[in-house]
Design a protein around this ligand. Structure first.
Ligand SMILES: NC(=O)c1ccc[n+]([C@@H]2O[C@H](COP(=O)([O-])OP(=O)(O)OC[C@H]3O[C@@H](n4cnc5c(N)ncnc54)[C@H](O)[C@@H]3O)[C@@H](O)[C@H]2O)c1
Length: 351
């Protein structure tokens, strides 16, 4: 098996996907990108090209569940491997719209696998999530922790993992690297890319950034009665630049062997919601207003990674911390107060 050079990126217009495109372009990969823009905007691609200083590759607007459209992409391009980001990702919304979540996340993945199979493409990097561990309790979780999802989003990722494991067990030609991200956050250091979701963000950092810039009045903190040091939920935040660097390293290791390998991606340190608010307030130079509200259905108290397996396997470790994530997320928000729909402001000495 040879190392891949042409990569199909699903969900490449999204938060992590767009940063991954820059990282992969910087390392010489040829890309084909598909996205339906259900949670992103095509304007992001001009920024990706501006940072990378080269043509992105062909972009297709399509829903990955549309097998005919997806198949036409594989017909037109010689794809070596797929990096599969496209999914719906909001825990809260998934509890209200479970069918939609299973349809997009599970149905999208099986449509992709069928199409890959028909075209003889057998190498995949899959975006999974720490949410598959569910309410696994206190302390760092390694990959052997059983999946016990507590919401439809997490269950959809666990089901995809099960499908991928079954495919790899029965089809020895497949290689799947399943990366369980903890909480990717932050923005590209250029401030041209960041997190710009459609509608109200559910993730903490873009929510904080929108409050800090004045687009929202205050942050809602979901629950202060969890069994954690300050009562708010604890997560392991990982800089989006570290997240996408791990994908590039994963592609380097796809050819190491077949079968499915599962790795946690996190920094191995938990931060409570109140810790993140304090760090973001430091980054923007003023306290960010918040209010405590009831817990959100499907959320758990604590999710922190034991990320030693990926370090042992690939010698890769994240290098950025929460202060870096808050600084970069705030800078992106300041320079792009309306996200990708406006032109980026020029940085001034005050920024
Ligand atoms: N951001 C996180 O906190 C986090 C944590 C763990 C795992 N993940 C996973 O990482 C992946 C990327 O997350 P993200 O934060 O970049 O999310 P995102 O919403 O910013 O990006 C997902 C992209 O996929 C696209 N998409 C959704 N459904 C599609 C479909 N049916 N067909 C084509 N395109 C479709 C969206 O328009 C979007 O551009 C997702 O699979 C997500 O579940 C994210």
């Amino acid at each position: 098996m040879s190392a891949p050079s042409t990569i199909l990126v699903t969900g490449g217009a999204g938060f992590i996907g767009s940063h991954a495109c820059v990282e992969l372009l910087d390392h010489g990969y040829e890309l084909i990108v598909v996205d339906d823009y259900s949670n992103s905007r095509p304007q992001v691609f001009a920024r990706v090209e501006r940072i990378a200083g080269r043509f992105l590759g062909t972009v297709y607007e399509l829903d990955i569940r549309d097998r005919r459209a997806l198949s036409a992409v594989f017909d037109r391009h010689s794809v070596d491997a797929v990096v599969h980001f496209a999914a719906h990702k909001a825990v809260g919304t998934s509890t209200r719209m479970p069918i939609d979540y299973y349809d997009t996340n599970v149905g999208g993945t099986t449509a992709l696998l069928n199409t890959m199979h028909e075209h003889g493409v057998h190498q995949l990097v899959f975006s999974s999530s720490c949410s598959v561990y569910g309410d696994a309790g206190h302390g760092p979780l390694d990959e052997s922790t059983p999946a016990r999802p507590t919401n439809p989003y997490a269950a959809s990722k666990a089901i995809c993992e099960q499908i991928l494991a079954d495919v790899c067990r029965r089809r020895p030609e497949y290689t799947v690297l399943c990366l369980r991200y903890f909480n990717p956050a932050g923005a590209h250091p250029s401030s041209l890319l960041g997190e710009d979701p459609s509608g109200s963000p559910e993730n903490l950092l873009p929510n904080l950034a929108q409050v800090a810039i004045g687009r929202r009045e205050r942050l809602r903190v979901f629950g202060d009665d969890y069994p954690t040091a300050d009562g708010t939920a604890v997560r392991d935040y990982l800089h989006v630049m570290d997240t996408v660097e791990a994908h590039r390293v994963a592609l380097d290791h796809l050819a190491d062997g077949t079968g499915m390998r599962v790795y946690n991606l996190g920094i191995g340190k938990g931060s409570s919601v109140l810790d993140v608010i304090a760090s973001f307030s430091d980054a923007c130079g003023r306290p960010v207003p918040y209010e405590i509200v009831a817990r959100r259905p499907g959320d758990v108290a604590e999710l922190v990674a034991d990320a030693s397996a990926v370090a042992r396997a690939w010698g890769w470790r994240p290098s950025r911390d929460l202060a870096d994530m808050c600084r970069d997320a705030w800078r992106f928000q300041q320079l792009n107060p309306h996200g990708y729909t406006g032109s980026p402001r020029r940085a001034s000495a005050k920024d």
